[in-house]
Write a new protein. Structure first.
Length: 428
């Protein structure tokens, strides 16, 4: 028997012994035993009463008790101390966490499943104009921008939303909503005014510089072409030099055109008024004919229009994106190869696909191809006038059409560029 039970047994044995002795001396053993068990029960009830009082109000103290109760109360006191220590530790962690979130420069708001506000930090009060009395209110009743309301309603939280601050419309906020349990959301709003300003300055600089360079380059190109075309203007040894100069000037001109076009894509709004259902089959056929006219010796271009569906979009932008892909296929595929241009429907939309049997691209370069000015090694040999901006333009145009670019390629196996468009853009 363990120690507490032994102590309890001893109390009972002593009680029984004394009761029997007194009962025997007085000749009333039954009465003595009844008194003993009454006292024994009373003792348990007394300690149970203490235990209940302590459970109901834990700031009362537990008695030391005796017998089995000594052990019970001792263990309860230990548990209470452990619990208090854990509570203090958690309290400290919570305090530190609160201090950290309060020090965050980004607005942080905890929302419940209905998007009602449960908690927010001081930055949220400053950037979003929230006040204590707003706790429990739905955030869309306080931030009423239709774009924000739409963003919450559609729950497309994988993308961030940029909005002017409801407090000060000169501040731009990048808003992200992160679901973190089944019915809780964390809204984080970051002040991106400075980043926006720098981006705009960079775009303006590139646009102005490109614009200013355009005229002198056109003049230089004109003179060079005249010199090359006039048989007697330069002696024969200088002709290859001039031709090389002309090629580089042409490259510069493409660069400037592409930079200006990218700048326009970045700054102009994607106006729905300029979007219409585009006959993609016809558009691809036009581009194929133009490409064939502009390039001398190239791999045959095979057109496979497998759908009559139209694509809702800006025809000029789509033309530029598809032309970039088709001209790239022509440039990077030897004349004895094959190029296929397809337009077909898929389960979730439709695709324009340009595949070639050219030299292909090493997988390590694939993720970087749509970066500006990125060219895989060796590209300058096949395409000396390339700018490294074509695929950046394609990606931008596809983004503006809710589409995405997929590239499959392996060295020696050719490449496949697939532009995927969602069902909502496809008109049957
Ligand atoms: P570039 O003007 O150099 O063609 P792009 O942005 O259009 O610029 O393409 C980026 C790079 O992607 C190219 O430099 C080339 O390395 C690679 N690339 C693009 N299309 C193809 C293709 N069809 N086959 C092989 N490589 C390609």
């Amino acid at each position: 028997m363990s120690h507490p039970w032994r102590a309890e047994g001893a109390i009972l044995a002593w009680g029984l012994g004394i009761a029997c002795l007194i009962g025997w001396l007085e000749g009333r053993i039954d009465l003595a035993l009844m008194v003993l068990f009454g006292a024994y029960l009373g003792r348990h009830l007394y300690y149970l009463w203490h235990l209940l009082a302590w459970l109901q109000e834990s700031n009362t103290t537990l008695p030391d008790g005796n017998g089995i109760w000594t052990e019970v109360f001792h263990r309860l006191r230990l548990m209470q101390r452990r619990h208090q220590r854990r509570k203090r530790r958690l309290g400290k962690i919570l305090k530190r966490f609160r201090q950290a979130t309060e020090a965050l420069p980004d607005a942080t708001v905890v929302l419940d499943g209905d998007f009602s506000i449960e908690w927010f930090n001081p930055a949220a009060a400053q950037l979003l104009g929230l006040r204590r009395r707003d706790l429990g209110l739905r955030i869309c009743d306080l931030m009423r921008s239709p774009r924000f309301v739409d963003y919450l309603r559609q729950r497309r939280f994988e993308q961030a939303l940029t909005l002017p601050s409801p407090q000060n419309d000169r501040l731009h906020l990048e808003i992200r909503v992160v679901p973190y349990t089944k019915d809780r959301y964390l809204l984080i709003a970051q002040d991106v005014t400075q980043i926006r300003l720098l981006e705009r300055q960079r775009r303006d600089f590139v646009a102005h510089a490109s614009h200013e360079l355009r005229t002198p380059i056109t003049v230089l190109k004109g003179y060079l072409e005249t010199l090359i075309d006039t048989e007697t203007a330069v002696s024969e040894p200088f002709r290859p030099i001039l031709e090389r100069m002309e090629q580089q000037i042409r490259r510069l001109q493409y660069l400037i055109d592409d930079l200006l076009y990218l700048g326009r894509l970045e700054t102009s709004r994607n106006e729905t008024a300029r979007q219409k259902p585009v006959d993609v089959g016809q558009l691809l056929d036009d581009i194929r004919q133009e490409t064939e006219q502009c390039h001398d010796r190239h791999a045959p271009l095979c057109l496979a229009i497998e759908s009559r569906a139209r694509l809702l979009g800006n025809e000029e932008e789509l033309r530029s994106a598809f032309t970039n892909l088709i001209v790239n296929a022509v440039k990077y595929t030897p004349a004895d190869g094959n190029i296929t241009i397809r337009w077909y429907e898929t389960e979730d939309g439709a695709c324009v696909e340009v595949s070639d049997t050219g030299e292909g691209i090493d997988p390590e370069h694939l993720p970087r191809l749509t970066e500006r000015f990125y060219r895989a090694p060796g590209a300058e040999i096949r395409n000396p006038t390339g700018t490294g901006l074509g695929l950046a333009i394609v990606k931008h145009v596809l983004n503006r059409h809710d589409g995405r670019l997929e590239i499959d390629s392996r060295p020696g196996d050719g490449s496949r560029f697939r532009c995927r468009f969602p069902r909502r853009r496809v008109y049957l």
